[in-house]
Design a protein around this ligand. Structure first.
Ligand SMILES: NC(=O)c1ccc[n+]([C@@H]2O[C@H](COP(=O)([O-])OP(=O)(O)OC[C@H]3O[C@@H](n4cnc5c(N)ncnc54)[C@H](O)[C@@H]3O)[C@@H](O)[C@H]2O)c1
Length: 374
């Protein structure tokens, strides 16, 4: 198969979907790899680094989409990339379609086979291609929140860890999955007072053991969240219902309960956001204010630390890229049911139920269209 890697074009996105190690493995499996000139620059990978492992460097995205059968990316395709997709393409990237009916319609119209990193599951039902970026985003969430709490940045002017004789800041984390746990560990490392809310009691049990009593775990009822909000300096939203649009865990009318210039960090923004007042922002302009509360809603947080994120992501994606390239999408999906869960759009049909429901598209069983997969 010819595997193509274009340069990411989303604002402030510096990751790349394949490293020289990936090129080496793909070429050793007999595949050809074409990389857009400069695609690795943001992650400190040169064209020569790719070339030395067997890749061909192509001058622009048109050339990569023109030659490649499989397109491997990081972020969801931007409109000009959707316009380049054809039915013969297999697209493997983050898609986050549930909150994005326009993108879903674009992918349906392209006829391409579109496999989403974030809905691929492992044998235990976990999300192996979301986890590495969630680890990164969770750690950034606390860092960014601590920074935005500084007075010159519009924050309350409180130090997360306090000092002897002055209390630490209060941090509430809603959603104690991969993002939430990593955010909590950094907040604990900074010596904040930490509360982690989730609705999954087994998860709260695991977290309780992991924290060793250093953070409080709380059941995420609406009332409990509301009762604690007035004391919080930083609230990190990290809930996920697999593949679906994020539920709102803080409503607009609850913002008035919060301290002036407290900070909300909505990591779930890529699934539509879990605070009612969230809207996507960028690293260049990461925050805005609603009712006196700072909102940080960067949709590609790991893009800011590409040297960590590119390797963390590609370590996880490479086995799946190899399987898709070796077996072709139809056989790969049959051989690995967890990978089959990643197939969101195939041959003009939505094959992932939560996306179909959220975007008002008809849902078609994957097995009905898998034969037509690119
Ligand atoms: N903005 C970014 O750059 C970025 C980067 C990585 C991940 N994310 C997003 O972060 C979110 C969380 O990812 P994750 O890997 O931690 O997911 P996860 O599945 O590991 O954890 C989600 C947790 O949310 C909990 N949950 C679900 N509904 C809840 C509710 N109503 N109240 C409280 N808890 C609830 C679940 O029980 C689970 O423990 C996802 O939307 C993911 O796409 C964003």
């Amino acid at each position: 198969m010819i595997v193509g890697v274009p340069t990411e074009i989303k604002t402030d996105e510096y990751r790349v979907a394949c490293t020289p190690a990936g090129v080496r493995e793909l070429t050793e499996h007999g595949h050809a790899v074409v990389i857009q000139q400069g695609a690795g620059e943001g992650s400190a990978i040169s064209d020569e680094d790719y070339r030395s492992q067997g890749a061909r460097i192509l001058p622009d995205a048109d050339a990569v989409f023109g030659e490649a059968e499989m397109i491997v990316k990081v972020k969801e395709p931007q409109p000009e990339e959707v316009a380049r997709l054809e039915a013969r393409h297999l697209l493997f990237t983050y898609l986050h379609l549930a909150p994005d009916p326009d993108l879903t319609r674009g992918l349906v119209a392209s006829g391409a086979t579109c496999v989403a990193y974030e809905t691929v599951e492992d044998t235990r039902g976990r999300l192996p291609l979301l986890a590495p970026m969630s680890e990164v985003a969770g750690k950034i969430a606390t860092q960014a929140g601590a920074f935005m709490l500084e007075k010159p940045l519009g924050g309350r002017g409180i130090l997360l860890g306090g000092v002897p004789g002055v209390a630490a800041a209060n941090v509430m984390i809603i959603g104690g999955g991969v993002v939430g746990m990593n955010a909590a560990f950094i907040a604990l490392g900074m010596e904040a007072t930490v509360y982690v809310f989730d609705r999954n009691i087994d998860r709260l049990r695991d977290l309780d053991i992991a924290f060793g009593g250093r953070a409080d775990t709380c059941y995420a009822s609406t009332l409990d969240i509301e009762t604690r909000l007035p004391d919080m300096d930083l609230v990190i939203g990290a809930v996920l219902v697999h593949g679906a649009k994020a539920p709102y865990v803080v409503r607009r009318d609850q913002l008035k309960l919060m301290k002036k210039n407290a900070v909300l960090v909505d990591v779930s923004i890529d699934q539509g956001g879990c605070f009612e007042t969230s809207k996507p922002t960028t690293h260049s302009d990461p925050t805005y204010e609603v009712d006196g509360v700072t909102h940080y809603c960067v949709a590609n947080m790991p893009g800011a630390v590409p040297i960590t994120s590119t390797y963390a992501l590609t370590n996880a994606t490479l086995p799946y890229v190899l399987h898709l390239a070796d077996a072709g999408p139809a056989r790969a999906a049959e051989e690995n049911p967890g990978l089959a869960k990643g197939f969101n759009v195939v041959a003009g049909k939505v094959t992932y139920q939560p996306v179909a429901e959220a975007t008002d598209q008809p849902y078609v069983e994957l097995s009905d269209v898998l034969g037509a997969a690119a």
